[in-house]
Design a protein around this ligand. Sequence first.
Ligand SMILES: *Cc1c(COP(=O)(O)O)cnc(C)c1O
Length: 355
Amino acid sequence: MKKHNFSAGPCILPQEVLAKSAEAILNFDGLNLSLIEISHRSKEFIAVMDKAVSLVKELLNLPEGYSVLFLQGGASLEFLMTPYNIMKVGGKAGYLDTGAWSSKAIKEAKLLGDVEVFASSKDKTYNYIPKNYTVPKDVDYIHVTSNNTIYGTQIKDFPKTDAPLVADMSSDIFSRQLDFSKFDIIYAGAQKNMGPAGATLVVVKDEILGKTGRQIPAMLDYQSHIKNDSMFNTPAVFSVYVSMLTLQWLKDLGGIPAIEKINEEKAALLYAEIDRNPHFKGFAEKEDRSLMNVTFNLTNEADQEAFDKIWNAAGISGIKGHRSVGGYRASIYNAMPIESVQVLIDAMQQLEKQN
Ligand SMILES: *Cc1c(COP(=O)(O)O)cnc(C)c1O
């Protein structure tokens, strides 16, 4: 039996997408060739890339003037590529520090210019989203992490700024309705809500590029990838294909408004149990709780062995918390069925009954 997969990433994908991907590995599009052994410049693969790009634009409801790229190097390379492309020589950027991923982004940006960390929640192991900060004005851009995968917090109100707004949306892209046209760069590793590892989605507003006064190595230059429709070099063909199928699955479901409703329902069920069950307590501040990564701890550490036994027996996988937080983390991304969330809740209630 398939396990209930709560892994934080790589993570659960729709079962029908996995089945179609398996088929394409053996015989893609009736070609009697594998998807991963044909040219990325074949008309069949170009159609896949075009479809993936148009689905991103449609699902995010992007206006004209944005480019959609499928690159490699993960979100981690975007920590560097973003400043390379929009931090002016001798420039400065403002960063909101909401976790380990933000901190890594800050570290890379410092290689290229001044970084002002205008607010941080490090004082409480990042269990909340800072508020009431002053957004710096004299900056080339503002950078945020929309969802903090490790701690289970999510930004509800984004900083207001006239500078370009950059967001690492690796772990919540396509999960909730936002005005995506408020962002100038959005990036996300595929492996959390879109597809297998290997591709990185980058959405960039064209007009902010080409203004740094810096020479950019071709592979790090968004403009070389834009000019070549994400085929400056060989793209991650399998990851792009599976991402395209997942985006099509999402569109067929009713797009982001439909999935947001389901995601809210799943998260509400699970948080309600965490708050009700005396054996558990939530890690993140309630008002900042993530719809994607639900972090919680046992109230009594001595229950760990018993609880681990229960959820293992229930066929649950991947709920161990990140080593920096401990406890548990249930990642309930788009493809996670509500039935699996119920299985986890049942396991939590079983611990209560046993004690
Ligand atoms: C996983 C994750 C990353 C790192 O992604 P890679 O693709 O492994 O580089 C960056 N930011 C966030 C928010 C993440 O969840």
